[in-house]
Design a protein. Structure first.
Length: 213
């Protein structure tokens, strides 16, 4: 029998997290979770998934959040079980969406509205008390659209669920759906807000938040 070893290139396996952030998989990161408003985290983390292409961060974020609270259709690959997948979500969207391109905040809001109600908050209007909703009910969840540069990360416009808020540290837990780049990270409210405040060149509008459920 011949064994094939796939070469592992260490330098391409996850990027160093920004020094301004605290990774969830550290003692500090984990104790911040315990002390946080994390009701949303409990439901979303079990469905948290990797974006299946570099363009599908918004669709992957919705897929994780939908599985946390919304009845799902059956994707033939999991028949007979009902479960949201990035493919079934795009398939059933009532708005046209080119999977080769990422979405703007407005476009992801329109896709969400095909399935459930959503409130959009523009970056400049984001306040700390919005994140209290992360503990409101087990069906309230938040997705952020931010510029990675504002978090000292590699890349540009991105979507990911925000699953917990630690009021003691004033930090938010970003469940980054580009799991091949970054682990879940605690980032400060100020950094996240400024990363949502600049204009998205694709829409000419600021980025911001979607509040679902
Ligand atoms: C956290 O996870 C990343 C990615 O797997 C890893 O590189 C890092 O060493 C982990 N940190 C700790 C403290 O285990
Ligand atoms: C997408 O829709 C087509 C046509 O209805 C269907 O045949 C296919 O199984 C769907 N795929 C998924 C992943 O839901
Ligand atoms: C957050 O919600 C959980 C689950 O309902 C509850 O146990 C906890 O006390 C809440 N935390 C705060 C600070 O309201
Ligand atoms: C990294 C950091 O600042 N962690 C602090 C967050 O707040 C908790 C209290 O909830 C402190 O114990 C941590 O040191």
């Amino acid at each position: 029998m011949m064994l094939l070893f796939v070469p592992l290139v260490a330098s391409e396996f996850l990027l160093p997290p920004p020094t301004t952030s605290v990774p969830l998989n550290t003692s500090a990161g984990f104790s911040m979770l315990v002390n946080s408003l994390h009701r949303s985290y409990r439901q979303v983390s079990i469905h948290f998934t990797t974006q299946q292409t570099q363009a599908l961060c918004g669709i992957a974020s919705l897929t994780a959040v939908f599985n946390a609270f919304l009845p799902a259709p059956v994707d033939p690959i999991y028949q007979p079980y009902a479960y949201w997948t990035q493919n079934s979500l795009m398939n059933l969207s009532c708005t046209a969406h080119d999977p080769s391109f990422g979405s703007t905040l407005g476009q992801l809001s329109d896709i969400t509205k095909c399935f459930t109600s959503v409130e959009t908050v523009s970056g400049p209007d984001v306040t700390r008390d919005i994140f209290d909703k992360l503990n409101d009910t087990s069906t309230t969840h938040i997705i952020a659209n931010f510029d990675r540069q504002g978090l000292d990360e590699e890349g540009s416009g991105h979507f990911s669920p925000i699953a917990a808020y630690n009021k003691h540290n004033d930090t938010l837990l970003v469940l980054d759906v580009a799991r091949y780049k970054y682990p879940p990270l605690w980032v400060s409210f100020d950094d996240l807000k400024s990363a949502m405040t600049g204009l998205d060149p694709a829409s000419g509008q600021p980025r911001g938040l979607l509040i679902l459920g």
